[in-house]
Design a binder for this molecule. Sequence first.
Ligand code: OSB
Ligand code: MG
Length: 368
Amino acid sequence: MKIHEFELRTIHLPLVRPFRTSFGTQTSRELLVVKVTDEDGNVGWAEDVAMSEPLYSPEYVAGNLDLIKRFLLPELFKRSEVRAEDVAEILAPYLGAPMAKAALETAILDAQLRGEKRSLSSYLGATKSKVECGVSVGISPTIDQLLEEVASYVDAGYRRIKLKIEPGWDIEPVRVVRETWPTIPLQVDANQAYSRGDGDHLAKLDPFDLLLIEQPLDEHDILGHAGLAKRVKTPICLDESIVSLRAAQDALALEATTIINIKPGRVGGYIESVRIHDLCLEKKIPVWCGGMLETGIGRAANLALAALPGFTLPGDTSASARYFKEDVTEPFVMNEGYLDVPQGFGIGVEPHIDFLDEITTYKEIITK
Ligand code: OSB
Ligand code: MG
C-alpha cells in the first residue's frame, strides 16, 4: 500500500482496580495508538503495548513515540509502497523495540486487509470463532481481598485463573485459592521475581496442580530456567524471554520451557507470532495468548491470533470490563467464558473516536 499519513496519539484510561505485579502497581493504562491512512483512504489501527515505564520490558510510551517519529516512520516513508509482510525487515536496522515495530506493522496490516476485504483472523489462519478466556489476577493487599477478586472472576465465567506471585506472596495465596476452587485451571506468573537458588521454594507449588509457572527468573536466564525445570514438577512457561522465533527455538532446544506465552508486541508483531505458533504446533508445545492490558484495538487482534489451532490453553484475553469502565471500541463481553473472534475486515473493530478524543493526552499527524 501507499502510505499517506500516520496519526500517533497517547491515551490514558483508568483501570477498574489497581493491578499489582512483582514489577510494580498500575492504576491506569497509558499507551500509544497508531492510525495509518493509505492513498486510497484505507485506514488501519493498532496499539503499541509498551507501558508508561520500562518495568516489564525496556520499551516505554514516551520512548517509543520518539523512536517512531525519529527513525521508524522516516524509514517507512522512504518506500513508495509498503506491505505489512515487509515492515519487520525494513525496520530491522533499528535495534530492539518490538512493541513499537509491532504497532506499525499491525496498523499497516489492518489497512491492507481492510483494502482486501479480509479479516485478520482469516489472514492469520484462525480455525476457531470464539476463544476460551483466562484472567490475570494482581497481587492483593490481603488473602481475603484476593479470594473476593478471584470469586468475582469465577462467577463471571473465567475458565482459568492466573495469580501474580512474588517472594512473600506465593505458596500461601496459591494454597488458599486451590483449596477454595479445587478443580479450576490455575497458574502463576512471577515476572522474573525469583533467582536460580529458589528451586526448592518454587517446588512447594507442585502439590497445587498448577498448569504452569510463568517466567520465574530473569528474562536472559534461559539456562537457569532449564535448571529449574528439572527441579520443579510444575511446567515452566516463558513470557519475557520469548522475544522472537529464534528465542523460542533456543529455549525449547535447551528445555527451558514446555509451554509458551505468545504476546505479539513482545515478538515484533502478529506475523512473527504465527511463526512461533507454527513451530510450537509442530513440536506439540502448547501456546496461549498473553495480554498487556490492551484496549479493544489490541484485544481484537489478540483474539484473532488466539483462534489459531495451537492455542490450546486459555489466554489472558479477558473481557473489556475486567480492565476498563469504558473501552475505546465496542466492549468485548464474555459469554460462558468465551470471547467471540471479530469477523469483520482487518482487526474487525472500529475505535469510538469521540471517546478516544476524550482520553487523548497527545496527538500528532505525520504526513509522508
Ligand atoms: O506478565 O503477563 C504479564 C500485564 C502487563 C504486563 C505483563 C503481564 C501482564 C498481565 C496481564 O499479566 C494480562 C492481561 O490481562 O492483559
Ligand atoms: Mg507474564
